[in-house]
Write a new protein. Sequence first.
Length: 169
Amino acid sequence: MPALRWLVALIWERPLHVAAWALCMWPLALGASFALMLSVYGVAYALGIPLESFERPPQLQPLKLSEWLGTVGLAPLLESMLLAAELELLRKLGVPGRWAAVVGAISWGLLHGLVAPVWFFGTVCSFYLFSVGYWRYGAVSFEQGLFAAMFPHALVNATAMTLVWALPA
């Protein structure tokens, strides 16, 4: 499993500048989230659960600039600040980083799942990586930790919003 070991090292250990790390996490977060969503839909299909039973997220077409700015700018900033507070509390409680990232991922997956339950699966992988980013770089400084969580989050949201706008409903 050298590929898996390499991936874990990239996420948790490899010494990278915070901007390089954040850029590396963007496609990783997208790919992992997409793979998990496809798996959930595949299992549902195999079990005979009609895909129409999945609650569809709200339609955003036609895309308004305010929606795009809110999703790409404001949401990552506010959510990353709240994530930082959650992770700092876990750090003070002595929770190890890998478990703190799992807690951050699940809690934010559940919150996003309130919009549409299937969104849990689309966000849990991404928020794991955002949590790791804050944990790793937040130990250096709050600003670096916030950037490591917020920047890939904004890129993931920008990608998702662009796809919602570009793909037919």
